[in-house]
Design a protein around this ligand. Structure first.
Ligand code: TXA
Ligand code: MG
Length: 329
């Protein structure tokens, strides 16, 4: 085992073919999606999937998202009902993950779904993810490419920093457009349920299939047993967070939002001076990392409106502020 860091490769026909070959050989490859960078492995290869858990230091009962080239590939793995097909038609490729019953003959490693009889599937929109999936020709299991309990990576440099010595290569296509993980919807029961707010808003989904369960309950709601990803603390910087800050102390760093920023912080980064939640989402993880490294005692965080992507941002912030769990994901 060497401590060398994997190469960051620009996406070309050759580098994508090399990434597909690495996946076939059972290695891990980091690749961009429109949400965050993923840590990919051949989803049908138990050892490769286990390598994901090992690399992330993640508890193995935490299930992974299975990335697919198109809806037909999803139909082969899971039972898609009418609701699933409508959502797929509207939002795939895109930042939407659907939890559905596994088919009997589903070839995906059981370890990837942590032994559950459901599977989380998504068709990413990012062209590099799409080309890799096509070149590989099989499902790719991929959690966010960060060590367990750390922030999700929105650049290849973030991946290299946390997991560079655990992957064969990192396909580098610059910062991700959305910057928040995909929205996870559970369709395995009678009610469509929001398990994780993310890059696609609950409002957009509700406009297509009607009310979602779990939306008002929202943040930190007691649905943890159904989705281990809902464990309280997940996106954790090293420094403590103080939420809903209106003023700031001299030894605090400030994660600001909007045009009116209180003065006096040791370091301030503004998620969106214009108050745009989409811009704020794209900046969130990178800014938290920078403030985490600022030498401050604590990070004060201004409020973000609880609307659209603001809901997902607040969800991540509240989890980052929560007490650290025994089993972060
Ligand atoms: O944007 C994203 O979703 C990124 C990119 C790489 O696609 N992936 C990602 O994966 O965030 P990960 O593993 O960090 O988060 C997967 C989430 C977790 O909250 C997990 O608990 C939930 O999906 N999940 C996966 N399979 C599930 C299942 N069968 N039932 C319920 N929740 C599931
Ligand atoms: Mg993650």
């Amino acid at each position: 085992m060497t401590a060398t860091t994997a190469p960051l490769l620009a996406p070309t026909t050759e580098s994508i073919a090399a990434a597909a070959a690495a996946l076939r050989a059972g290695s891990l490859v980091a690749f961009p999606t429109e949400t965050v960078y993923g840590l990919g492995a051949d989803a049908t290869d138990d050892r490769a999937v286990a390598a994901i858990f090992a690399a992330k230091d993640r508890p193995s009962f935490n299930p992974l998202i299975i990335h697919l080239a198109d809806q037909a590939a999803a139909e082969a793995l899971v039972e898609m009902d009418a609701r699933a097909r409508i959502l797929a038609t509207h939002f795939w490729p895109g930042p939407l993950t659907l939890v559905l019953p596994r088919r009997e003959a589903c070839p995906v490693s059981l370890l990837a779904s942590a032994g559950l009889d459901t599977l989380a599937v998504r068709v990413p929109r990012h062209p590099v993810a799409a080309r890799l999936l096509k070149a590989f020709g099989r499902p790719i299991a991929a959690p966010s490419a960060n060590p367990s309990g750390r922030l999700s990576p929105t650049t290849a440099a973030h991946v290299a920093e946390g997991l560079g010595h655990r992957v064969a290569m990192i396909l580098d296509d610059g910062p991700t457009a959305i910057g928040l993980e995909s929205t996870v919807i559970d369709l395995s029961g009678p009610d469509a349920r929001l398990l994780r707010p993310g890059g696609l808003t609950a409002e957009e989904i509700e406009a297509v299939i009607g009310p979602l369960a779990g939306v008002e309950a929202g943040l930190g709601a007691a649905i943890a047993p159904r989705s281990p990803g809902m464990l309280e603390s997940h996106y954790a910087p090293a420094l403590p967070l103080r939420l809903e800050a209106f003023s700031v102390e001299a030894d605090e760093a400030l994660l600001a939002f909007g045009p009116q920023v209180p003065p006096g912080a040791r370091k301030t980064l503004n998620l969106s001076p214009a108050g745009d939640v989409t811009q704020a989402a794209a900046n969130l993880f990178a800014f938290l990392r920078r403030l985490d490294a600022s030498g401050a005692r604590r990070i004060a965080v201004m409020g973000v409106p609880e609307q659209g992507l603001g809901r997902a941002i607040n969800d991540r912030l509240r989890r980052a502020a929560a007490p650290r769990p025994a089993f972060p994901d």
